[in-house]
Design a protein around this ligand. Structure first.
Ligand code: SF4
Ligand code: ZN
Length: 319
């Protein structure tokens, strides 16, 4: 039995990079210290915030809402709400919503569920079917990501949020970084900051990633130890089609062979972001000509996809 490095209890977690072992109590303290340090280091929050937690119903976002609902008990100026986007993925998101409802009801957190069906006009499953019929490229994750980000910002604002917190962990961040290095898409890489730029558009809600420096296995263990690990175990049926799926397994293998690989990849990203922000000429973001939401092009990506899918009619173009 491996013992905790700080007491005599049984260890539930061993950090291969530091060599330290943690029992349940000391792991939860370590986790808390690490998240607080991330929030402070990147100046994510002030003493007065309405924090909207973007929740998918997966372990990371359930951990985030659990963590913040506890933290907020000691900060009188904070209000916490949850926002879930239901993309409409049969057998997957509908199951995750049950886990989400159990957790928010137990924690007594206000929440809102917004669906693709009501807001975009079709579920993601229907979008995928329609795109096939229209012979558009097969891109479920692109449709999903664009519409989800669009609705998260729009509804975080409608709910009166001052900040939108997402549950991206260190693994997610470095996967996105490496995917975009491979695609040579530097516009996406420079958006991988722990806190989004503010003041670019009045309708853009500030975004923060409090788990930026937390490993996926640590958010998983936090969820297990707090009894909020989702009951649904199914994977999104579209996930295997994405390069992220393969990269995730590859990075986990590399980390096994060379502990510390993930942290050093994150440090490389932080170096890129620092170098870039020193040179960057920040421009204001305009408004989409169709929906009025923030967009760096004349028409935002969500309206562009809706047009391709035949989901906009002529009066939308005049509005
Ligand atoms: Fe959406 Fe792709 Fe994630 Fe599935 S795997 S939830 S389609 S982004
Ligand atoms: Zn638009």
């Amino acid at each position: 039995m491996v013992k905790c490095s700080f007491c005599n209890r049984r260890a539930v977690y061993v950090s291969k990079t530091s060599g330290k072992a943690y029992c349940e109590k000391h792991f939860l303290e370590y986790f808390d210290r690490k998240v607080r340090r991330t929030i402070r280091k990147y100046r994510m929050l002030t003493g007065h915030e309405h924090i909207i937690i973007a929740v998918s119903g997966g372990k990371d976002s359930l951990s985030l809402i659990h963590y913040f609902s506890n933290l907020a008990k000691n900060v009188p100026g904070w209000k916490i709400s949850a926002l879930l986007i239901d993309e409409g993925i049969k057998g997957y998101r509908d199951e995750a919503i049950k886990d989400f409802l159990e957790v928010v009801e137990e924690l007594k957190v206000d929440y809102k569920i917004v669906s693709f069906k009501e807001e975009i006009g079709l579920t993601l499953d229907e979008i995928v079917e329609k795109s096939k019929k229209l012979k558009l490229p097969y891109l479920p994750c692109s449709y999903c990501g664009v519409f989800r980000r669009y609705l998260l910002n729009k509804y975080a604002r409608i709910m009166g949020g001052t900040v939108l917190a997402t549950a991206h962990n260190l693994d997610d961040i470095i996967q996105t970084f490496l995917i975009n290095v491979m695609k040579n898409d530097w516009n996406k890489i420079i958006r991988l900051t722990p806190v989004s730029r503010t003041g670019l558009h009045a309708k853009l809600v500030k975004r923060i990633k409090p788990f930026y420096e937390i490993l996926e296995k640590e958010t998983t263990l936090y969820a297990i130890l707090n009894n909020i690990y989702p009951k649904h175990t199914s994977q999104c049926p579209y996930a295997v089609l994405s390069s992220r799926w393969h990269l995730r397994h590859f990075l986990n293998k590399l980390e096994e062979m060379n502990p510390g690989t993930k942290y050093s990849t994150l440090n490389s990203l932080l170096h890129v972001l620092e170098t870039y922000s020193a040179k960057e000429n920040v421009e204001q973001i305009g408004s989409c000509k169709i929906c009025g939401e923030p967009s760096s092009h004349e028409i935002c990506r969500a309206c562009f996809f809706k047009m391709k899918l035949g989901l906009l009619n002529s009066q939308d173009f005049n509005g």
